[in-house]
Design a protein around this ligand. Structure first.
Ligand code: SF4
Ligand code: SF4
Length: 188
C-alpha cells in the first residue's frame, strides 16, 4: 500500500473536493477515519490506498494522487464500505464519481482492463439484447492482446451446456438498442 503524509493540510484543489461532495451527495468531511470501510473491503489488499485513506486524501485536496490511484479501479462497487460506515457515507458512490473524474482527466493507466471489460460487456448486450459470455471474453481478450487467456475454460463450459458457441438473440433487441441510443444521448 502507498504512503500518505496525513500531516499536510492543503487548500489546493478545494473546488475539486467541493465538486466531489456535491456530485456524490456525500459529505466526506464527516468521516471519522475509523477505517471500518477498509476493514470490510474485499479489494483493500490489492489497493494502493485503502478506502478510508482515499477519503482522507480527498479531505486534504489530494486530487492527482486520488485520481491516479489504483484503488478506484480495484473497487468493485460491492457497497460493503457503505453499509459499514458509521457516518453513513456512501464510499462506493464516491468511488464511482472518482472513476468518472479520472477518465475525464485521462488518468486511465490502471483502468485499461476495467474499461475494456465494460465496453466488451456492453457491446454484446447492445448487439444481441443480452450478455453473450464467450463473445465478451473473446472481444475483451483481443482488445487487451491476451488472445488465448482463459481459453481452456471455454470447451468444458460448452460441453456442459453452460455456455453457447452462438449468441441467443432476444426478440426485444431493437428496444435494447434504443435504450443504448437514448443513454448515449443523455436520456433525451
Ligand atoms: S465498494 Fe469498493 S471500496 Fe467499498 S468495500 Fe467494495 S470494493 Fe471496497
Ligand atoms: S467507515 Fe466511514 S467514517 Fe469510517 S473511515 Fe470509512 S468513510 Fe470514514
Amino acid at each position: 500500500m502507498g504512503e500518505v503524509n496525513l500531516s499536510q493540510v492543503m487548500d489546493r484543489n478545494r473546488s475539486f473536493v467541493d465538486r466531489i461532495i456535491e456530485e456524490s451527495g456525500q459529505d466526506i468531511r464527516q468521516c471519522y477515519q475509523c477505517a471500518k470501510c477498509t476493514g470490510g473491503c474485499p479489494g483493500a489488499v490489492h489497493m494502493d490506498y485503502p478506502p478510508n485513506q482515499i477519503i482522507r486524501m480527498l479531505m486534504l485536496g489530494m486530487k492527482e494522487e486520488v485520481l491516479k490511484s489504483k484503488t478506484i479501479w480495484v473497487c468493485m462497487g460491492c457497497n460493503t464500505c457503505t453499509t459499514r460506515c458509521i457516518r453513513d457515507i456512501e464510499v462506493a458512490g464516491v468511488m464511482d464519481i472518482l472513476r468518472q473524474k479520472a477518465i475525464k482527466a485521462g488518468y486511465i493507466e490502471h483502468a485499461k482492463g476495467v474499461i475494456s471489460f465494460n465496453d466488451s460487456f456492453l457491446w454484446t448486450v447492445r448487439s444481441f439484447g443480452r450478455l453473450f459470455e464467450p463473445g465478451m471474453a473473446i472481444i475483451n481478450n483481443v482488445r487487451l492482446g491476451n488472445f488465448m487467456k482463459d481459453m481452456q475454460f471455454g470447451l468444458p463450459l460448452m460441453l456442459k451446456g453452460k455456455a453457447s458457441m452462438l449468441p441467443h438473440r432476444l426478440k426485444g433487441r431493437r428496444e435494447m438498442a434504443n435504450i443504448f441510443k437514448k443513454t448515449v444521448q443523455g436520456g433525451k
